[in-house]
Design a protein around this ligand. Structure first.
Ligand code: ZN
Length: 421
């Protein structure tokens, strides 16, 4: 039996059976049904929005061909086994020893927030919330009606969103609406033309990621086609992504930002901090998204703000990296393919080299590298070529460590004593 055919059939059946989010067949096929029921059970009582239907079906186009294994556009497919062993925060034991941090700034876990379907009338409220709680949401834009329909927003409005430190990424041209005048019937156009529109109309934007539309027509989504244009894509399986087994073209994401209280622990952000040995979501990447918010309903906004305050608290305590979806997708794939080498250790100089297997034009987000310093060093600074890299000193059990921000494949890094930036 052709397993792809079987899973496609099952996926189609599940679309009819469940109105909530569902698992993708490629996302741990054996648990597909369980995940689907889990998702349909998630409409949390206090949720601000009902979970939208989000389906990603198995790839049907041919998977991307890797022409250069050291310059990949994305890590395609569900990893057959974890890519590395998940460990606690690492503290290298010897001077000059270096360790690649799981997440930026050595955070315990990562989180990304988003808003789907433009919902431009909510923008003033979101901008207030982003300022108040230090949120950096990504707006997943359906680009076909921008400037034509009020709630789709205008390009000027999306430019302001980017300028405020938030992000705009793709949610296709037509949300798979076949009746739309800009529908061409070609999934390449749906995925690629929205990316072009964002990059052309929002100067400075880097549209590198996609959120698959749910609802009507969602069976047309195809990760293999999306992989031609994007470094990562967001699906709707509402669980935390295991840090060592992320499926980058089908990143799991939950509706309504479930911080706690969801029926299944793997949906709750709090689970990413739960160190119990059986918890595979410990140190994972939690991705949440909202749709329309009734900002004139005090109970709804209070409920949202409670979650935002929790997220802000975790960011302030340095336990959580609240990264843009695009940034975490870059970091994760650079890290998953990284090779860190300590070239030399002397009393007054440590030389490191960091490489990865991702496309250097798309993957330029710095990875955090922790280096144990000689106790005699009072401070440190690091140069990568002519450029000074970020360098922050942290102490642990009486020893000093430098947290360096290094972009892979940009040359050796020289760490010396001295006042860094
Ligand atoms: Zn949508």
């Amino acid at each position: 039996m052709n397993p792809m055919g079987m899973w496609r059939g099952l996926a189609a059946a599940l679309v009819i059976g469940f109105s909530g989010a569902m698992a993708t067949a490629a996302d741990q096929p054996a648990s597909g049904v369980k995940a689907a029921s889990a998702a349909s059970a998630t409409t949390p009582a206090g949720s601000a929005t009902a979970p939208a239907a989000k389906v990603v079906v198995p790839p049907r186009a041919a998977p991307p061909v890797v022409t250069n294994p050291h310059q990949m556009r994305n890590l395609f497919g569900t990893p057959a086994k974890p890519r590395f062993e998940l460990r606690d925060i690492d503290w290298p034991a010897k001077t000059g020893e270096a360790s690649l941090c799981l997440w930026k700034d050595d955070a315990i876990a990562a989180a990304s927030m988003g808003i789907d379907d433009n919902c431009a009338y909510n923008l003033p409220w979101w901008m207030d919330m982003s300022k108040k709680y230090g949120l950096r949401p990504t707006w997943w834009l359906v680009t076909g009606e921008i400037g034509k329909r009020g709630n789709s927003g205008t390009w000027e409005a999306w430019q302001k969103v980017l300028a405020a430190g938030c992000d705009v990424q793709s949610h296709t041209v037509n949300h798979l609406s076949t009746k739309s005048p800009t529908w061409t019937g070609n999934m390449d156009d749906e995925y690629c033309n929205s990316q072009k529109a964002i990059n052309e109309n929002v100067p400075g934007a880097r549209c590198l990621t996609l959120a698959y539309p749910g609802g009507q027509g969602q069976e047309a989504n195809d990760p293999a086609i999306a992989a031609r244009y994007y470094i990562a894509a967001r699906g709707g399986v509402p669980f935390i992504n295991q840090a060592n087994a992320i499926d980058y073209m089908q990143v799991r994401a939950g509706s309504a930002f479930t911080v706690d209280g969801a029926k299944f622990p793997d949906q709750n952000l709090v689970t990413a901090f739960d160190k119990s040995p059986k918890n595979k979501c410990w140190r994972g990447w939690w991705v949440g998204f909202f749709h329309w918010i009734k900002t004139d309903d005090a109970a709804v906004t209070a409920n949202c703000e409670k979650r935002f305050a929790y997220i802000q608290g975790k960011v302030k305590s340095s336990e959580l990296w609240l990264g843009l979806f695009r940034e975490v997708a870059q970091y994760g794939q650079e890290r998953d393919t990284a090779n860190l080498e300590v070239k030399s250790v002397a009393a007054d100089k440590i030389v490191l080299n960091l490489t990865d297997d991702m496309d250097d034009t798309l993957f330029d987000f710095p990875l955090t590298v922790k280096v144990r310093l000689d106790p005699a060093w009072k401070s440190a600074k690091a140069m990568q070529g002519a450029k000074e890299t970020g360098c922050k000193i942290v102490e642990h059990e009486g020893a000093k460590f430098a947290l360096l921000q290094i972009v892979p494949d940009r040359g050796e890094v020289v760490l010396v004593p001295g006042q860094g930036k």
